[in-house]
Design a protein around this ligand. Structure first.
Ligand code: PAF
Length: 283
């Protein structure tokens, strides 16, 4: 039977557990999550196992990255199921801080990112989001002191923001992006997919189809502005409300006008009923 990971809920307990792991296995990989784990997270854990002697997974639904109108209260939580899955995957440590351990009374510091966090993508629609993410991820990096941390490319702008933040703050944890895991029909895995009704679930892969089609047309030399307009229309006609479909430079996230301005990343966000989905694809 697989051995259950050590579960810690306070910073002193975490420090002790990390010191013990360091003694035995030397290197540590961190997979930061908000729980409700799915195959996308499991794939990060598998990547992590290849990169370090021990794997730590953090589970913390971070209130600071949700606006008051968003789904913090209803965000899916299933700690027992998450721990069972992480046990099967051979994870060594689960860092599951209480709210008070992460943000004790009087907590009054924030990490406020610029650059990729102000690219005019997610930040336009969720202005509170990246400040909340960088504040908690900076804390997670400093708490765990991992050698490497694994993030999914599904949250592409987040990956760029966190990479920049770690570099700007001289945090030695190396940030690594891992490929998006998809359902057979192309829908990117997300903890929020559980919100989709059966009919919406049928519609949802339209986003990936538009990304793939747009990438092929960009490579074929068609005009990017026209491709994006067509893509937005297709997504809208399928029943979504589009927040954005954009072609950006894959590293700087600056807008691009032609294939030659690349490498290009296509990024999309759209709402289907009550569910907001995001996805992206390299060209
Ligand atoms: O991508 C997520 O699940 C979250 O934004 C993260 C990185 C765990 C920070 O709360």
């Amino acid at each position: 039977m697989a051995r259950k990971p050590i579960i810690v809920r306070t910073v002193p307990a975490l420090r002790k557990a990390i010191a013990q792991l360091r003694k035995r296995r030397k290197t540590i990989a961190l997979v930061p999550t908000m729980g409700a784990l799915h195959e996308g997270h499991f794939s990060l854990v598998r990547h992590a196992r290849k990169r370090a002697g021990a794997v730590a997974v953090s589970i913390f639904v971070n209130p600071k990255q949700f606006a008051p109108t968003e789904d913090f209260g209803s965000y899916p939580r299933n700690f027992a199921r998450d721990v069972a899955a992480l046990t099967e995957l051979g994870v060594d440590l689960v860092w599951a801080p209480t709210d008070a351990a992460m943000y004790p009374d009087g907590f009054s510091t924030a990490v406020l990112p610029d650059g990729p966090a102000k690219a005019g993508l997610e930040d336009t629609y969720r202005p509170h989001f990246f400040g909340g993410v960088t504040t908690v991820v900076a804390k997670l990096f400093l708490q765990v002191g991992a050698d490497v941390a694994l993030f999914g490319q599904k949250d592409y702008q987040q990956l760029k923001v966190v990479t920049r933040m770690a570099s700007d703050l001289d945090i030695p944890t190396k940030v690594v992006g891992c490929p998006t895991v998809r359902e057979k029909d192309g829908l990117a895995l997300s903890s929020r997919n559980v919100y989709l009704s059966p009919a919406e679930r049928q519609t949802a892969p339209v986003l990936y189809r538009v990304l793939k089609d747009s990438a092929a047309r960009i490579k074929a030399g068609e005009t990017i502005a026209k491709i994006l307009a067509d893509g937005r229309a297709t997504i809208t006609n399928a029943g979504f409300a589009v927040d954005y479909l954009e072609a950006r430079h894959a590293e700087t996230l600056e807008p691009v006008a032609t294939y030659g301005d690349g490498p290009i990343r296509l990024l999309v966000a759209a709402r289907l009923g009550k569910t907001r989905l995001i996805d992206n694809l390299g060209v």
